[in-house]
Design a protein around this ligand. Sequence first.
Ligand code: FES
Length: 128
Amino acid sequence: MQEISPFFNKLVLVCVNDRTEKSSCAHFGSEAFADALKQQVREAGLPIKVIKTSCLGACHQGISMVIMRSNKWFTNTREGDIPRILEILQSTEQDSKTEIKTFENRIDEIFDELEITTPKKNCKNCNC
Ligand code: FES
């Protein structure tokens, strides 16, 4: 097993459970809701992954979803709520302690691993 850096700052789990014997999120259109949310998160350029999942145990009121890391739970969500959800995702994004490790923000680590000394700007100890 190898631990890796997260690819996304947050995960949004949307229940798409479909039951015949009793009400479930799929009956409220959760597949279309999850697809629309995925699309709008992608268009907003947020480093967030929307995942379709099974029952979250809050099925009595409509489409259920959870924003992971923030542990914010919502039920009775509708496509009309997506702009508000994006606002919540963007505001909680600023609180995120997880830094997505792109090449640019790993450059010092990479140089350390390769034992390459990087010149410091405005260094007072040498003439670089
Ligand atoms: S069916 Fe969606 S939370 Fe249970």
